[in-house]
Design a protein around this ligand. Structure first.
Ligand SMILES: [Zn+2]
Length: 235
């Protein structure tokens, strides 16, 4: 009986992951990116929030997976993370916070970007168990910045939740912080300089994204797995 239930859950999770990746127009292939890197995955993040009711069911599912952590609040980085976090907070009937991204003026700052909770809310989150929620986590700069901000406010980040996690960079980081990561979907993702690209080595046909725009929505984005810190869409 229990095994049958487990199987049904696995099938349900697999269906949900597929539906989410459809919503993101996720596509595997061999792509030449505007940065000059070669990559194996395309996503369209802008499609995610066009139909709120479509993304809502994934946020509700995420809330269900986060419910066992008994958090007092949910915090998400603006923009996409906060949109998902607000639905999760509503479902769990707990407080909602958000962080805003600030680029630091000091050019030689070790971490040039910070995520901050609005001043008027920093005291309110003090002492609370918080779930950090984002839409898509790749390098995880937004969730890492949010983790640091919550700790500096005296809050306890106890779990990270996302609709989609890409690659192993962020899960590796949060494992080191003893903060579990929950997600609806996970995809491995690769980014290489052309000379080291395994898809080139296997002679997989290359699509030139920069030169072949008509195949993609204008604002389709590539989410790089950063070999070195890389600019990430809306992060
Ligand atoms: Zn290649």
């Amino acid at each position: 009986m229990k095994a049958a239930h487990g199987m049904a859950l696995m099938v349900r999770n697999a269906v949900m992951q597929k539906e989410l990746l459809n919503l993101l127009a996720a596509r595997k292939g061999h792509f030449r990116l505007e940065s000059g890197h070669h990559g194996d995955l395309w996503l369209n993040l802008d499609l995610l929030f066009v139909r709120p009711n479509h993304v809502r069911r994934f946020a509700v599912e995420l809330a269900d997976r986060l419910s066992k952590y008994n958090v007092a609040a949910v915090c998400g980085p603006l923009v996409g993370g906060a949109l998902v976090a607000q639905t999760v907070a509503s479902e769990l009937d707990v407080e909602f916070y958000y962080t805003e991204r600030f680029v630091l003026p000091e050019r030689d700052a070790l971490v040039p970007v910070e995520y901050r909770i609005p001043n008027g809310l920093r005291k309110m989150v003090h002492g609370k168990d918080v779930a950090i929620v984002d839409d898509v986590i790749n390098a995880g700069s937004a969730v890492r910045g949010t983790l640091a901000e919550l700790r500096s406010c005296g809050a306890r980040p106890v779990v990270v939740g996302a609709l989609l996690v890409l690659g192993s960079a962020a899960p590796g980081f949060f494992a080191g912080q003893n903060v579990p990561v929950e997600s609806i979907a996970y995809l491995p993702s690769g980014l290489w300089v052309p000379s080291e690209c395994p898809l080139c080595a296997s002679q997989t046909p290359l699509e030139d994204i920069a030169a072949d725009r008509q195949n993609f929505a204008e604002r389709s984005v590539w989410l790089p797995t950063p070999l070195t810190p890389a600019p990430i869409h809306r992060r």
